[in-house]
Design a protein. Structure first.
Length: 229
């Protein structure tokens, strides 16, 4: 069912971006007691075409079994291993405003292979507050988090104006993976990976599609015809 991992070729970025959706779908199937799934069923649950799913999974060396499909638990493990989720990753969230506070209170990190080890902010009014089991601490504990907790991922939830400075401090401390919620582009040295989550951009894309649908509906409506009297 799977090829030797050492013989795999590089996995395309587009495939990597879809793997979490496959894992989410597989987790849902497992919770419902489903032990095997066809490519068509899994593709529908993940919102992709079955041909694309099969091609994506072939990069993992997983081809399923004709007439049976994919074993849910085994495929979920394969994807988790490929995504690096078979170990815990230490995460720090920087910026304890409304968004940072919401991220800090999110319980889903722990069930997905991420361990929040630090909540950081420069605002002295926020330092010392508790969110869940963690206390908000100042930025100068970054080096200690990297050395003691193995901090691997920094989440930036600050305003855009301070995001680059926070990013620079994370990189200087040794953090090489950053998730940026600030509405700006970060400049990082080679070897540092940045993923950007811009909620306003996503809303603008949805607005574009809504406008297209509205225009299409307008074009299909019958036009009024003047009646001579």
């Amino acid at each position: 069912m799977s090829a030797d991992p050492t013989a795999r070729r590089g996995i395309p970025d587009a495939t990597v971006a879809r793997l979490p959706e496959y894992l989410r779908a597989l987790t849902g199937l497992a919770e419902r007691g489903i032990t095997s799934v066809s490519s068509e069923e899994l593709a529908a649950a993940a919102g992709v075409r079955s041909a694309k799913l099969r091609k994506d999974l072939s990069h993992l060396g997983s081809y399923g079994v004709r007439g049976v499909g994919y074993e849910v638990d085994h495929l979920a493990y394969q994807i988790s291993r490929e995504l690096g989720l078979t170990q815990d990753w230490a995460v720090a969230i920087v910026g304890m405003g409304n968004l940072g506070h919401a991220l800090a209170a999110y319980s889903g990190f722990a069930t997905r292979g991420f361990r929040v080890v630090g909540l950081l902010d420069e605002d002295e009014a926020l330092v010392g507050q508790r969110i869940g089991e963690l206390e908000v601490r100042p930025m100068d504990v970054l080096d200690d988090l990297v050395a003691r907790e193995g901090l691997a991922i920094g989440v930036i939830a600050t305003p855009a104006g301070s995001a680059q400075e926070v990013c620079d401090r994370l990189v200087t401390a040794g953090v090489r993976s950053i998730l940026n919620f600030a509405p700006c582009v970060l400049v990082v040295p080679e070897g540092v990976d940045v993923r950007k989550v811009d909620l306003s951009t996503e809303l603008q894309i949805l607005a574009f599609h809504e406008q297209r649908k509205a225009l299409a509906q307008g074009a299909t409506r019958p036009t009024a015809t003047a009646v001579a009297t």
